[in-house]
Design a protein. Structure first.
Length: 340
């Protein structure tokens, strides 16, 4: 299932020529359905360049077929208008999975490798070997990535794909496709999100809170049928538990509170859990319609109170453990099969 879905994601990189538009419903399966929350412009390719590849518009309130995703856009078909193209994911709501048995959760991005930065400086760029530098990682930082493209590690940076020269990486470990057969030192799922590294007091506190939450996650091992309750196990979010006051996103508004930044840890963990069908999500809510900007639309998990919490259960017939780290703006979480 993972390999098939990865192939679908690769197809989203193809421009939508006229022939491709006509054949897309047959070439790509109907994975999800969704309702247009907003009227949306339809683009001919995943870049969504205004005025260049804007090909049509899908009206608000109609249902569309969803064939594939990238961090910002969804490849959709609107049958009534005979329109096929890319619309922004933020414009779609009420997502329904067509076949929950064979289709992964909406928004999941399978990561195939976990690595450590071995170079002193490892730029994260918008294109393989070119483009803008988004952030620079340094020796010792851990990073999870999707796969390789022309000798570069392909990752997700906020809501776009980005690339790291694979020569700058060491200890590259493939994620095991079959958790039941994995050893205790092989990750069965992993994900990296990126945070700001500015040195204002609020953000320094936020980075401290991220590191604190990562440290607490590393102490967690879930036996069969055990639950992780983020507020209970990583909180309470107060000074006495090691947290500082920092910016936090609540209902789309930025506010100051103890534990600001822990939502990025819970959201990154959510993206790891999404990759594992043996981990069952019990509670999760997004930060609002637009979600958290450090992740693609629809895959964040807010925490902080009884209504905002992230909980999941281990349904695997073996225990799992969590490893989390933060360095240089890279927050990386991996899940392993634990020793019995």
């Amino acid at each position: 299932m993972k390999r098939a879905f990865a192939l679908l994601l690769l197809l989203t990189l193809l421009p939508l020529s006229g022939a491709f538009c006509l054949e897309v419903e047959e070439a790509l399966p109907h994975l999800y359905s969704g309702k247009m929350r907003l009227s949306a412009k339809v683009f001919a390719d995943w870049n969504g360049t205004e005025g260049i590849n804007h090909i049509n518009t899908i009206p608000q309130g109609v249902w569309v077929k969803i064939h594939a995703l990238n961090p910002t856009f969804a490849l959709v078909t609107y049958e009534s208008g005979r329109i096929t193209g890319y619309v922004k994911r933020v414009c779609i709501e009420q997502i329904r999975t067509i076949n929950s048995t064979d289709t992964p959760p909406y928004g999941v991005e399978f990561n195939g490798f976990l690595a450590v930065v071995g170079a002193q400086d490892a730029p994260v760029c918008t294109l393989p070997g070119a483009g803008d530098t988004l952030i620079t990682l340094h020796k010792g930082a851990k990073v999870s990535f999707i796969g390789f493209e022309g000798g570069y590690a392909k990752i997700i940076y906020h809501r776009q794909y980005a690339y790291i020269d694979s020569n700058h990486l060491t200890d590259v470990t493939p994620v095991h496709y079959y958790p039941e057969a994995a050893g205790p030192d092989t990750p069965i799922a992993s994900y990296t999100s990126f945070y700001k590294i500015t040195t204002d007091e609020s953000n320094l506190n936020r980075m401290h809170n991220i590191a604190t939450a990562c440290e607490k996650l590393c102490a967690i091992q879930l036996k069969e049928n055990e639950n992780l309750n983020f507020n209970r196990d990583i909180g309470p979010y107060r000074a006495s538990n090691g947290y500082k006051k920092a910016g936090a996103l609540v209902d789309g508004e930025l506010t100051q509170g103890y534990g600001g930044g822990t939502c990025q840890v819970s959201s990154t963990l959510y993206n790891v859990v999404l990759q594992l069908p043996g981990l069952h999500v019990l509670q999760r809510r997004a930060h609002g319609d637009n979600g958290a900007s450090y992740l693609p639309i629809g895959v964040d998990a807010a925490v902080g109170n009884s209504e905002l919490n992230f909980r999941f259960r281990n349904d695997y017939p073996f225990p799992v453990r969590i490893v989390a780290s933060s360095q240089d703006g890279a927050l990386t979480i991996a899940i392993y099969k634990a020793k019995e």
